[in-house]
Design a protein around this ligand. Structure first.
Ligand SMILES: C[S@@+](CC[C@H](N)C(=O)[O-])C[C@H]1O[C@@H](n2cnc3c(N)ncnc32)[C@H](O)[C@@H]1O
Length: 442
């Protein structure tokens, strides 16, 4: 029996995510998927993101019906089981027999024919089990328990300690739903062009130039293909706006370039130097941000070959990404507790180096999309005790500036702050979890 192209694509993507540490969002937008019909692309996205979002819950249910140890399952077999279980337990529109048959066929295609009987038996037994209703998944008890269980316990425990139980539940609930598709757009002609392609927009809640898709698919529009617009969460846009105006700007960890683009647009007469460690990502940045005032350098911020100093520097540091789990659910299963101190040491090293590039009375914005204090305020404190020529600028003043400049849509700035820092929390806010600190050189 032929298996649907959507299930084949989802199966292959899930395998690559586990085998090659790839990112779901990148694979789902890769060129090879462009040949899928709109419906198939939608179903593959739903399957990949759903399996990744609910993986621990699915594994728990699968293991209840196995007659062999869970740890001994081949990755292909486990992936087919997860796909089948996800469709049966979480999707309302797919009949159980289609989910079971699809997974059995995937296993045969993957040349694991000997496991087909076992996959069939486990999924059939599971299909007699209960289905999680939408209400159970998204609201009310026991939704909270299910949403918490869809995260590694160590993460839930540390968030409960840092943010409290109520906020932790909100973060976990937010992570389990598809986030909004947000863009930065202030061109009426482009809005009209999108509308002609079936995309209607609604205004962002944080920024006046941000909009999210109300109807239609931005990623399928000509403007998206031609890179005239990019998808970028509102909190990420806000971080770039915090950098402000300068004659010379440096974006230290720049690819894929969402923030570089905003820096260049906000400073059309100034030059923006964008540094990126990985050459292939630097090449991607060049393609995605083809603006005249942007110069891309492939290099390591810790060993910058630049003699000049800059009056505005952005360091959007590599981080755990725990503020973006709704968008990147694979991070939940990859990240380990011991990664956090390792990331902190790296972030501190990069930050101290970036600070050396700031001109007198110049400013540096340090940001991450992590919820972990070790990667955020702790890095700032350590950097300031190693280099006392900087002070922390209160982000409130920068938000007031953005309000005066007409960029900020919200009135409620205190909700965005934690002490002098910007702190957004998914679920508390309706955008990704970003941290930012503004430092000024004496
Ligand atoms: C969080 S991402 C940046 C996202 C980007 N600012 C944006 O808004 O599109 C961090 C980037 O830093 C790069 N990176 C990591 N270590 C680096 C280093 N030592 N020097 C320069 N870039 C680095 C990574 O390859 C990655 O592309």
């Amino acid at each position: 029996m032929p298996v649907s192209p959507a299930r084949v694509a989802a199966f292959e993507i899930l395998l690559r995510i586990d085998q090659a540490d790839s990112y779901a969002s990148e694979l789902l937008h890769a060129q090879r998927l462009a040949k899928l019909s709109r419906e198939d692309h939608g179903l593959s996205t739903e399957l990949v993101m759903g399996v990744l979002r609910w993986r621990s819950v699915l594994d728990q249910r699968i293991s209840e019906y196995l007659t062999q140890p869970f740890a001994k399952l081949d990755l292909e077999v486990l992936t087919a089981l997860r796909l089948g279980a996800y469709q049966m337990l979480f999707l309302d529109r797919i009949p159980n027999h289609a989910a079971v048959d699809g997974s059995v066929e995937l296993i045969k295609r993957a040349r694991k024919r000997s496991a087909a009987g076992m996959v069939n038996a486990v999924l059939r037994r599971l299909s007699n089990d209960f289905h999680f209703s939408q209400q159970q998944r998204e609201g009310g008890h026991p939704a909270e328990q299910l949403q918490l269980a869809a995260h590694p316990q160590w993460l839930v425990e540390r968030w409960a300690e840092v943010y409290g139980a109520e906020v932790t539940e909100k973060i976990c609930a937010y992570d389990q739903l598809a986030p909004k598709t947000t863009i930065r757009i202030n061109d009426c002609e482009l809005v009209e062009e999108l509308r002609r392609e079936g995309v209607t927009l609604k205004p962002g809640s944080l920024l006046t130039s941000a909009s999210s898709a109300d109807r239609g698919y931005i990623t399928r529009t000509k403007a998206f293909r031609e890179r005239r617009l990019i998808i970028q969460d509102e909190a990420s846009q806000l971080v770039a706006l915090l950098v402000g105006k300068g004659d010379s700007l440096l974006d230290c960890c720049a690819a894929p370039g969402g923030k570089t683009r905003i820096l260049a647009e906000q400073n059309p007469k100034s030059s923006v130097t964008a540094v990126e460690l990985h050459p292939h990502r630097a090449a991607l940045l060049k393609k995605l941000v083809p603006l005249e005032n942007v110069r891309v350098i492939s290099g390591d911020v810790r060993r910058l070959p630049l003699a000049m100093k800059f009056d505005r520097v952005l360091l959007d540091a590599p981080c755990s990404g725990t503020g973006t789990l709704a968008r990147n659910p694979e991070i939940k299963w990859r990240l380990k507790l011991e990664d956090i101190p390792r990331l902190q040491a790296y972030q501190l090293e990069i930050l101290l180096s970036a600070m050396n590039q700031v001109a007198a009375r110049g400013r540096l914005v340090y940001s991450t999309c992590s919820l972990e204090p070790e990667e955020n305020s702790d890095v700032i404190e350590k950097a300031l005790s190693a280099n006392s020529s900087f002070r922390v600028v209160d982000c409130r003043d920068e938000l007031l500036r953005l309000k005066r400049e007409g960029e900020l849509a919200t009135e409620d700035m205190d909700r965005l702050l934690s002490g002098p820092y910007l702190r957004t929390i998914p679920g508390v806010h309706s955008y990704d979890g970003f941290f930012a600190a503004v430092l000024e050189r004496n």
